[in-house]
Design a protein around this ligand. Structure first.
Ligand SMILES: Nc1ncnc2c1ncn2[C@@H]1O[C@H](COP(=O)(O)OP(=O)(O)OP(=O)(O)O)[C@@H](O)[C@H]1O
Ligand SMILES: [Mg+2]
Length: 320
């Protein structure tokens, strides 16, 4: 029997409204995104700034209102859940936010910030239990217990990122959505936080959606990678396949743009990237057509569907 995915995202679309030249316009931040996440799996979501990665994460935990689609978690549709069930769900799926400085209250001690969710949900039977769990969460992310009394401005970027992770894991979630969890850190601290996430995955049996604009970083931690472009997934494959044989022309560009390309990888690069198309005026056809070296007539009229081209491998392109 095939195991049910832990999380099953089906046809997720999220729109925002924005003001432009006095008019209200719609931004299609996420467009018909589908993927699954297995227990203990790490799925990387990669793509350039503004392609909709954060919006996918925020839609899953219902911080952004999705326009269409379903998210099935442990067999239940998240979007039709309310009341207590929704509260429970918010303990099971936790997000590590893109900017830990912005998500930490500057006037709250680190200990109080870490305990916040537990306080709200009544998870602590006593003050002593609250203290014990905060100390445990700090220890789990490799921080000394004395950090509980400190304040966000007294911490380094890497330490703040660890606090963000401690907040997320305190209620022992099943899924962590880590949004650009290492992007603001220098390379050696990046490696430490990546190792921490990998260790937590093992020790807590976590599943993870790991969001980053950097395919090199995503490749270090993910089992599978989904590449996003203008709100859509354009390629999904096991990490090794994406790195050794990227297929979608955009994935190839991302590979070529990695800061430290692996010398084993040979990419027929030299792809001209060009300006990204406007989010406000979605072109007809494939959104990547304007920048694509493989463009043909059909690309300007028909938006290619994501199709399976090998087991576990999906690509949205007319010409591969
Ligand atoms: N609250 C909002 N209101 C209006 N538009 C929004 C809002 N949040 C995001 N957007 C727009 O939706 C699109 C996707 O944004 P999102 O933050 O999901 O991208 P991202 O891939 O996470 O980018 P980055 O790598 O810069 O974090 C962008 O065009 C953005 O401007
Ligand atoms: Mg983002």
């Amino acid at each position: 029997m095939i195991e049910q995915p832990l999380l099953d995202v089906r046809g997720l679309s999220t729109d925002y409204t924005a003001k432009r030249g006095g008019k209200t316009v719609r931004v299609q931040a996420v467009k018909d995104v589908s993927f699954t996440l297995a227990k203990r799996e790490v799925l990387g979501i990669v793509g350039e700034s503004g392609c909709g990665k954060t919006s996918v994460g925020r839609s899953i935990i219902r911080l952004a209102k999705p326009h269409r689609g379903e998210v099935i978690f442990s067999g239940k549709d998240i979007f039709t859940t309310g009341g207590d069930a929704l509260k429970q769900l918010r303990l099971k799926i936790r997000m590590v936010f893109q900017d830990p400085f912005a998500s930490l209250n500057p006037r709250r001690s680190i200990g109080d910030s870490i305990a916040e969710t537990g306080d709200i949900h009544g998870l602590f039977a006593s003050k002593a239990e609250r203290h014990r769990q905060v100390q445990q969460a700090l220890s789990n992310v490799g921080l000394d217990g004395s950090f509980a009394a400190r304040y966000p401005h007294e911490l380094s970027g890497g330490q703040r990122q660890r606090v963000g992770i401690a907040r997320a894991i305190l209620p022992a979630p099943d899924v962590v959505i880590a949004d650009e969890a290492v992007s603001a850190l220098d390379v050696s601290v990046q490696a430490q936080v990546l190792n921490l996430l990998a260790d937590l995955r093992e020790s807590m049996g976590l599943s993870m959606i790991f969001i980053s604009h950097d395919l090199g970083v995503v490749g270090q931690i993910s089992d599978r990678v989904a590449v996003m472009y203008m709100g859509r997934i354009v390629e999904t494959a096991p990490t090794a396949s994406i790195i050794e044989q990227p297929i979608h022309p955009y994935t190839r560009t991302l590979m070529a743009a990695r800061p430290k390309p692996d010398p084993r990888i040979r990419i027929k690069a030299g792809i001209e990237i060009g300006e990204p198309p406007s989010q406000f005026e979605r072109p007809a056809g494939c959104p990547y057509a304007k920048r694509c070296p493989l463009v043909t007539t059909i690309c300007t009229t028909d938006d290619p569907a994501l199709r399976t081209i090998a087991p576990g491998r999906l690509v949205a392109c007319h010409n591969v």
